[in-house]
Design a protein around this ligand. Structure first.
Ligand code: ADP
Length: 591
């Protein structure tokens, strides 16, 4: 929900924030040694940093003031040594922090990716790929800040403030009180800054998100945009969205500069007070010059951590919101989980009185559908668009589970079979097979990672596609390039069919492509399909009369119900829906 331009779901209350952080800390356990190492070095570098002023004081009071050169020399050497030590400790601290942080993020990325890979289709109905990608990139990035710097900065800032204050008190309580006069102003300003900057930050995030989605649509939809000559309009929208992004950035900068400026001014003011009052105290003989100088140096270190702590509050807030979204994904259990049983080699595929509603909607799309598909039978699913044909096919391959009723193969409920057994027996060939980067061989091997080149060739040969690919310069090792831009639509389908042939399933579920190919390729693809279907139970969502003609039986699905079921001849003589469809086809298509 969006309220007042600010993403509500980016805001967590205190309780939620704490719970999320606790869980994140639990996940960081494997890195506790590295984190402890980092903290050790933080402590060392802080001590080094604060020791400097103390040495300067010694150098001034016992060296310069009394004209003792050896003391001065020792002080200079000690100062250089301490600075070098602080530098080395800070370096180690960087290395340790990054090691722990990057390790944590890597583990989190892998865990999220693995989790997403295991999800069923229902999950992808709920989460669009853009959202998932932004979880894996932007949200994990925004968390990186917390994991890598947040925790450490917090510890370092607290160390520094506490130790610096203690040192200051030990040097001179009068000066400490004088310097702390500015504290109330800083505390009030910090609170206001936290509130304002958090709002500003959420606003920026929201605008960035909007901007990104406009950019993405503008690029993905550029063909449509150009086809309707809407480039100008698109750019106008993009300009507007950029304007608000710009404004929200400027606003957030204004919030920060106001605060940082104030803290810095307070720092100067406190220093002036310390020098003024310090001078007076020196005159009275209460403190030495070295003390005043050391005090001023300590003061200059004090204000930066105060600023850091205020900023940290935002980092924690936004990282917690990002983590919370990520955890929501990690907590999603896959809807389709495997059972214990193994399927027999072959058997009847029985759909028994199923009903189905997509998880993302509450409108039932299938009602009381029952079909028994015999071993080796070829069943065509036909019917108007949106009737539920693809849904029936998806349920038969258990991409979803029916809401009511059961589907079984060889007497075993699909839900009771192991996922491996299921993927071995039933293979879905989608309308358009996705091609990954890599060679043709790599792409066929997606179906069975351990297949040898010979097995790949056999699979390609089984569908009569081997010669076609062997003709390429690198044969089956030809790179397909991203999204197969170098393969024609027909060749892409051949790869897709070869994947199925490699698995050699008992049941084949096909979603026939609606678009037609050029006649030459069409013949090869049809031949490949025919070979692939040989001897297997096949369920095909059919769009072409030629496919329907070769089916043993035809199921007509209409508005989520099984309207007719029988052979071509039976249904034609029935004189119902199929008969009407068939005669319309006969007259319109020269098949
Ligand atoms: P057909 O294959 O017969 O064209 P589908 O099985 O694809 O029909 O779709 C049947 C109905 O289910 C349609 O109303 C469609 O809008 C709906 N539908 C399809 N896929 C989804 C989905 N992933 N989430 C929600 N509804 C869907």
């Amino acid at each position: 929900m969006r309220v007042g331009g600010v993403a509500e779901d980016d805001k967590l209350d205190k309780e939620q924030t704490r719970a999320v952080l606790r869980r994140a800390i639990g996940m960081a356990k494997p890195f506790r040694r590295t984190i402890a190492g980092a903290l050790g070095f933080v402590l060392l570098s802080t001590l080094g940093l604060l020791l400097g002023p103390v040495i300067v004081r010694y150098g001034i009071d016992s060296g310069i003031d009394v004209g003792d050169r050896s003391v001065l020399r020792n002080a200079v050497i000690a100062y250089v040594a301490v600075v070098a030590f602080a530098y080395l400790a800070a370096r180690q601290q960087y290395i340790f922090v990054n090691r722990a942080g990057e390790g944590f993020l890597r583990a989190l990325r892998i865990r999220t990716f693995d989790h997403i890979q295991k999800q069923s289709l229902g999950f992808f109905d709920r989460y669009q790929s853009g959202v998932l990608i932004s979880r894996m990139t932007a949200d994990i990035e925004s968390m990186a800040e917390l994991v890598q710097w947040g925790l450490l900065q917090f510890v370092a800032a607290v160390f520094l403030i506490v130790i610096a204050l203690m040192l200051m008190l030990a040097l001179s309580w009068q000066l400490t009180i004088a310097a702390l006069l500015v504290m109330p102003v800083i505390i009030i300003a910090s609170r206001k800054f936290q509130r304002d900057s958090n709002d500003a930050y959420l606003e920026v995030r929201e605008r960035v998100g909007q901007n990104l989605s406009e950019l993405q649509e503008g690029i993905a939809g550029v063909r449509v945009i150009q086809a309707y000559a809407q480039e100008g309009e698109q750019t106008r929208q993009f300009v507007a969205s950029n304007r608000s992004l710009y404004r929200s950035h400027v606003h957030s900068i204004r919030v920060s500069t106001w605060y940082f400026g104030l803290v810095e001014a307070m720092g100067v003011f406190a220093t002036a007070l310390a020098i003024g009052i310090g001078g007076w105290l020196v005159g009275r003989g209460d403190v030495t010059i070295g003390t005043v100088v050391a005090f001023v140096l300590l003061l200059s270190q004090l204000f930066e951590p105060v600023q850091q702590l205020s900023q940290l509050y935002n980092t924690v807030q936004s990282s917690a919101a990002a983590l919370d979204k990520l955890f929501t994904i990690l907590d999603t259990q896959p809807d389709v989980e495997g059972g214990e049983q193994e399927f027999p080699e072959r058997g009847e595929l029985v759909v028994d009185a199923i009903g189905f509603t997509y998880p993302s909607t509450d409108q039932p799309v299938l009602r009381d559908v029952s079909i028994a598909v015999g071993d080796g039978e070829r069943l065509a699913l036909v019917g108007p668009t949106g009737a539920g044909k693809s849904t029936v096919a998806k349920l038969m391959a258990r991409l979803y589970d029916p809401t009511i009723g059961t589907i079984s193969f060889g007497g075993v409920d699909l839900r009771d079979a192991t996922l491996d057994s299921l993927r071995d027996r039933v293979v879905v060939v989608p309308q358009e097979g996705f091609l990954f980067g890599g060679s043709i061989a790599d792409n066929v091997r997606i179906a069975r990672a351990e297949a040898t080149d010979d097995e790949l060739r056999e699979a390609l040969d089984a569908i009569g596609a081997l010669d076609r690919f062997e003709e390429f310069e690198d044969g089956i090792h030809t790179e397909v390039r991203e999204r197969g831009s170098r393969l024609s639509a027909g060749e892409r389908q051949l790869v897709s069919l070869a994947r199925a042939a490699l698995v050699d399933p008992a049941v084949l579920v096909l979603d026939e492509a609606t678009s037609s190919l050029d006649p030459g390729t069409e013949l090869i693809v049809e031949g490949a399909l025919e070979k692939l279907m040989q001897g297997r139970t096949t369920i095909v969502v059919a769009h072409r009369l030629s496919t329907i003609r070769t089916a043993d039986r035809i199921a007509v699905i209409d508005a989520g119900e099984l309207a007719e079921l029988g052979t071509h001849d039976e249904l034609v003589s029935l004189g119902g829906r199929y008969a009407a469809l068939a005669s319309a086809w006969e007259s319109s298509l020269p098949t």
